[in-house]
Write a new protein. Structure first.
Length: 347
């Protein structure tokens, strides 16, 4: 059974210049919606962007059944539009949904929704930026009672995106609060993971930092993530990133950079890394690069890491390995570099 999509286009097709507007504040003209009822997806539609009507009893508002994805579309040098790594994002979306006891989305529905929405709002994809695409799902069944919902709404909204961070970040290693623990939902993109991180992140901002480097819940010795991104380091020209676990998200940008490093002959180590290893490298005078890797920021350089109250300066020079990786990744997305991995999904 297919998933036909009805399209109701807005009479107002004005495209707003959003380059000077903070990320994620201006939606494109249209959005996608599909409802899950009676055990099946139905009523797939693209409509003008509008507010939702939900029952105050909707289970998503009470018990946390909310999951999202984040992906991007780019204008290639051919003029075509490329949605980057659709398959990987679809797979991760479904894994998150399974963890939250929510219905999975068939590939045909996921691909069709994004392809059609990007086509309808193609004028919103900036040549000098990207179109951020946010698929998400919420539990809509109206009932106060702790249960797995029977009704859901899947949506896709978009917003033009440019440079997420304008300056290298100052971060602190967090050794009191945790983002996630083994056996929890750290590997899923559910809303609660982000809400639970706000308080310690806000404390760090009050101390003059932009973000935190999360450590493991059991020992607070091993670095896990950088804010809402995967953490990556370059020490002695070796790219190091923590191995995936139940408390670390399988980042698509992380996975892409690992593959590019292998292609470019950059030495790579995917393994646990203690923050004490960073201290040893800094104290030995080694060149240390640190950066976050994520869909929104792509590569977010870190200039300062505070460890137990001591600030250490990271290398952010123009010849840094992280910039080589970022530029090569952008080259693939724009079509300037051969897409040997089949990552580009051209609309």
């Amino acid at each position: 059974m297919g998933h036909p999509i009805t399209v109701s286009k807005s009479a107002d097709r004005t495209v707003t210049d959003t380059k000077s507007v903070p990320f994620g504040m201006v939606p494109t003209t249209h959005m996608f919606m599909a409802s899950y009822r009676d055990g099946a997806w139905q009523d797939s539609r693209i409509v003008p962007f509008q507010d939702l009507v939900l029952s105050p009893l909707a289970l998503c508002l009470h018990y946390g059944q909310t999951v999202f994805e984040g992906m991007k579309a780019y204008v290639m040098n051919t003029g075509d539009i490329n949605v980057f790594r659709m398959e990987k994002h679809h797979d991760r979306f479904n894994k998150s949904l399974v963890r939250m006891c929510m219905p999975t989305v068939p590939k045909e529905l996921f691909y069709g929704a994004i392809e059609e929405l990007v086509r309808v709002d193609a004028d919103w994809v900036p040549i000098d930026g990207s179109l951020y695409i946010r698929p998400f799902m919420i539990a809509t069944e109206g009932r106060i009672g702790v249960k797995i919902a029977d009704e859901y709404l899947m949506m896709v909204v978009c917003s033009p995106a440019y440079q997420y961070y304008t300056q290298p970040l100052r971060v602190k290693v967090e050794t009191k609060y945790v983002r996630a623990a083994e056996g929890g939902t750290g590997a899923a993109k559910c809303g609660g993971n982000y809400g639970g991180a706000f308080y310690p992140t806000n404390l760090a901002k009050e101390q003059g930092f932009d973000q935190v480097l999360w450590t493991d819940a059991a020992t607070h010795e091993f670095i896990e993530e950088s804010g809402t991104m995967n953490a990556m380091f370059v020490i002695d020209d070796v790219l190091i990133t923590p191995a995936l676990s139940g408390s670390i998200l399988d980042g698509v940008t992380r996975d892409s950079l690992i593959s590019i490093a292998a292609d470019k002959g950059i030495k790579l180590e995917v393994r646990p890394i203690k923050y004490s290893e960073l201290v040893e490298a800094f104290d030995a005078g080694k060149r240390v690069e640190a950066f976050g890797a994520g869909t929104a920021a792509v590569v977010a350089p870190i200039s300062v890491i505070s460890i137990n109250g001591v600030n250490y300066n990271c290398y952010t020079g123009e010849d840094a390995v992280m910039y080589r990786l970022r530029n090569y990744l952008l080259g693939i997305r724009k079509g300037d570099v051969p897409d040997t991995h089949g990552w580009n999904h051209v609309i």
